[in-house]
Design a protein around this ligand. Structure first.
Ligand code: SF4
Length: 464
């Protein structure tokens, strides 16, 4: 008999990756429309935790109006002989996985950015209280992570309490992040990989190094190390770093081997510090995404909670769709905010010298890590509204990107003879290109730098 047979809904890995669209949703917690939300795990001493106890501060699920969006805090306290503060981050990340095991429950993102939807169907079946969700989580945590001897959970929906606890949680996240700073990738023999998000992106592997925090911003190198030690069969695993093949781009033989194995040959090379070539894959949980702006030869970066269009006219959600899914997309790069504080941040592409635009809120968060002379040269939504204005801004501020524009222009002209239906050009430098269908046409690439691993020229077959 299943350990969940007394629950009103089914629980199992088969529900991971289940999407709940708005029309099917009973209600949601967090997400874009709700600024106050968080999940937090703390390690306690054994006496501080009453095993299995549950507390709800604020209205329960059944007391909240259907189809609404609400604040939520999930606060979990754990204890056990082997439970140490180092493990808080990885135990916390399991909330994402375990909530997604629950039929009709969708959990996205992490930390201060969670988004949980409950389906109408599961609500009708009886999943109408945090008591039930809490019981499921307690059983999953204790069976999957036996080091947890005691666990207690508090769900908070009362807005002032969520707000207060969120501000405390932010300080705890910041302290965790700061811990991994200072250690260099070159100084360690092991990196860590995580495949927790393969249920959403089957070819995605996060490579977590001291200087490249996990994309979700929830797992540091220290967290990865602790997780692989206590749960060697879990989603976080050790990667023997191996030979450094390219120090600028961050290519390591051990990382390539691990990526190949964990993606079943789909991804064979990974550049850890580059957004072109073989960039690190992205699942969908990244905190922010870097996107190439060809008109200025630089990048914009936008974080998940930025509302409205970015400087290229597209919102975060559109850019996230282009980035996610476990693919390696030139010029689209999912990343954590902590990685933006790393000296290796997009190192191969020029690092901060290549950043043209970021939202003001994000700029404020990482300001101390932007080289001083660049802070005022990077535009925000308060400075410019579109790419033309961005160009003018960068020129006026003498941003290092401007130097790239004045280099001798290169005009490459390619003439392509096409047979009907034999070729469609849909992507160029990551951007959609309209297809003319057939015939002869010219592609003019102004100021282009072109690299190709292979050029294949084939004689077109004569028809008829
Ligand atoms: S984003 Fe990466 S590190 Fe974070 S849970 Fe997903 S796979 Fe793991």
């Amino acid at each position: 008999m299943s350990m969940f047979s007394d629950m009103p809904v089914d629980v199992g890995v088969i529900y991971e990756g289940e999407r709940i669209r708005r029309p099917d949703m009973h209600l949601e917690f967090g997400g874009l429309d709700v600024p106050m939300k968080f999940e937090l795990v703390r390690a306690r001493t054994i006496d501080e935790v009453k095993d299995g106890s549950m507390k709800i501060i604020g209205p329960d699920i059944k007391d909240l109006k259907e189809e609404g969006s609400y604040p939520l805090g999930i606060f979990i306290e754990v204890a056990g002989k082997q439970v140490e503060p180092d493990l808080e981050g990885v135990i916390e990340r399991r909330i994402h996985a375990y909530c997604n095991y629950v039929e009709g429950l969708m959990h996205l993102n992490q930390r201060y950015d969670i988004w949980i939807r409950l389906s109408k169907k599961s609500f009708r079946k009886g999943l109408n209280s945090f008591e039930i969700l809490g019981k499921i989580l307690v059983r999953l945590f204790k069976s999957e992570l036996p080091i947890i001897e005691r666990i207690q959970i508090t769900f908070i929906t009362d807005p002032p309490t969520v707000e207060k606890m969120l501000s405390e949680a932010r300080q705890i996240y910041d302290a965790r992040d700061a811990r991994a700073r200072g250690l260099k990738d070159e100084e360690v023999d092991s990196f860590y990989g995580c495949i927790l998000c393969q249920s959403f992106a089957p070819t995605h592997v996060c490579v977590i190094t001291p200087q490249r925090y996990a994309n979700c911003g929830a797992i540091s190198w220290f967290d990865g190390r602790a997780s692989a030690r206590i749960d060697p069969k879990g989603p976080v695993f050790r990667i023997e770093r191996g030979e450094m093949l390219d120090s600028l781009r961050g290519e390591f033989s051990g990382v390539n081997e691990a990526a190949k194995e964990k993606t079943l040959g789909e991804v064979t090379r990974v550049y850890l510090y580059a957004a072109f070539g073989f960039p690190h894959t992205s699942c969908g949980c990244f905190e922010a995404t870097a996107f190439y702006i060809p008109e200025v030869e630089g990048f914009g970066i936008v974080q998940r909670d930025f509302v409205g269009p970015t400087v290229n006219g597209l919102p975060f959600s559109t850019m996230a769709d282009s980035t996610a899914g476990g693919r390696q997309i030139d010029g689209f790069h999912g990343l954590s905010i902590e990685y933006m504080r790393s000296p290796k941040f997009l190192q191969a592409d020029g690092g901060w010298e290549r950043i043209a635009w970021i939202p003001s809120k994000l700029k404020e968060r990482v300001k101390d890590f932007i080289p001083k002379e660049l802070v005022e040269k990077i535009a925000t939504e308060n400075d410019v509204k579109n790419v033309d204005e961005l160009k003018t801004f960068l020129q006026a501020k003498d941003h290092p990107l401007v130097e790239r524009w004045v280099k001798a222009p290169v005009e490459a002209v390619a003439e392509v003879k096409m047979e009907p239906q034999t070729m469609q050009v849909t992507q160029l430098a990551g951007l959609p290109v309209a297809s003319t269908g057939a015939g002869t046409f010219k592609i003019i690439l102004k100021d282009a730098k072109i690299t190709a691993r292979k050029l294949i020229i084939k004689a077109a077959e004569k028809k008829g």
